[in-house]
Design a protein around this ligand. Sequence first.
Ligand SMILES: [Fe+2]
Length: 603
Amino acid sequence: MKIIGFHWDHHSSVALLEGATITACVAEERFTRIKNESRFPRQAADFCERMAGGRGKIDAVAIATLDKLYDYYLLNVMQSFSIADFIQEQHLFWKPWFYEGRRDLRMRHLFPQYIDRTQYPQKYWSVLGQDEKREETFAADGDQLVADHFGLPVEKVRRYDHHTCHARYALHASNFHDGPVLVLTVDGFGDGANATIYLKDGDELERHYSTPDCTLGRYYRYITLMLGMRPLEHEYKVMGLAPYGRGKQIERVLNILHRTLQVEGTRFVPGPDKPRDSYFPFRDLFEGIRMDYIAAGLQLWVEQLLEQWVGNVAKHFDVSTVVMGGGVAMNVKAMGRLGQMPWMKRFFVAGSSSDESNSMGAALCCAAEQGVKLGKAVPSLYLGSPAEAEADILAKARTDGHVVVRNPSEDQIADALAAGIVIGRCVGRMEFGQRALGNRSILADPTSPEVVPRINAMIKSRDFWMPFAPVILDVFAEEYLLNPNGVDSPHMTIAYHTTDEGFRVLRAACHPADRTARAQILRREQNVSMYSLLEAFLRRTGRAGLLNTSFNLHGYPIVRDTADAYDVFNRTELDALLTADALVLKAACQYRPTSPDLASQGR
Ligand SMILES: [Fe+2]
């Protein structure tokens, strides 16, 4: 059975499930090169259909999420809006909505400049005068549009609940398939809920709790906006800012937040000062408090609240194996804290657990409904298109004045890294999600802190407070990371405190304020060539980790193929590009391979 999973919303994506395994998943933004692409994932769908063997091979399409807000699609709010627009949305839409009871307002009337009637499928969006009706029919219309795209009858298209998709993805990406497992989801909002409790026992996954009262994800989102950053994207920057906030002011923030939302047993309940909306009250309450104190108080509150809730839930169900899903599980610091709780026996957070992975979740829901026995159905996140060897691109590199070294060995690449060269690696199948896991990564020696401003100057332009992250060999995890419960993190979902040795070796890839590292712990079977490169680097330097950051220009999606990678390499100061069959070095880069036979293969 071949099932397509379809997520058409913020960060649209498409997945393919064959038998009991997810074999492909890719976000549309990698094709369109527009960050947060939220339009119909046409090219991602075509990629997955090709992977399935072409037209006529798909048995069913599973769409994630039941509810669809027509105006958000008509305007493509999540990709089109600037930070200023999101603030305007608060003033023009949500304030009258909450404080004046204005239910007549429509986003399309407030922001007509973003109406996009040229988007795919154009025959649907270009028809004028249908907007009023489509508010009611859009969910059903969407099923038909998806069915038409795949050439399937609409009966083959099904829709699945948002949080069940989160839970299915989280569970089947984990290794926990024996004994009872608690699957907990927390996010901003989806299909009427923002937190759920599922218990997996045997083959059954049963929902025991669902609430719309867990507002912590929403508060985090709109405090992110209040701090001048992009909601639903820059929450990680608030988290990165938090360790800089220290002192008594944090208590003030914490006390305000603790009165808005609380945990009672296994439930979230509104606090005595629950705000009427998620933006204006915090803007007033936090007026005059420095941004790092707000970030620190907010982060600490989320960690404390989740710790209390997860602890209560585990005790209530008497289960000490926990899997977390939903957008709030992207908070690597909170997940690190949960993973360290003394009673926790097994803990896992799947990669990119916010809505973009719900394409996989929907396909898994559909398979489970069909009676497919699902274990570890998401074997890895290397689920995208492969980076091919491209002779044309190497010829262009030579024409552009770069030095091309064909088929470099792992030892030679490691030599270059040990010499301080920063390499963009575009090799193998593209990883799914917001974290580069080696195949579309920028790699560097993580020991010297001076590499951080170098990488920022040459390509990344990261905010000055944001840390990089490391990839480390699994066999060194214990030596470098404080991880009492042995929590695994193949997808960079956990921030660990580092040991003295870990901080010494990985310093440029740790948070300088609290010495934590959002490490990718790599096992050989997950990525053999990347593992070999780390081993070669270890042989040269005695250090078993590399700085690993996503291969992209600031504000753009991660590169997809060799052509994208070369374009970024050519337009930036990046020292070197590693492709499927070559190491390309800038002419201005001082480093040259030492092996005479390879150096002679230069230009
Ligand atoms: Fe969600």
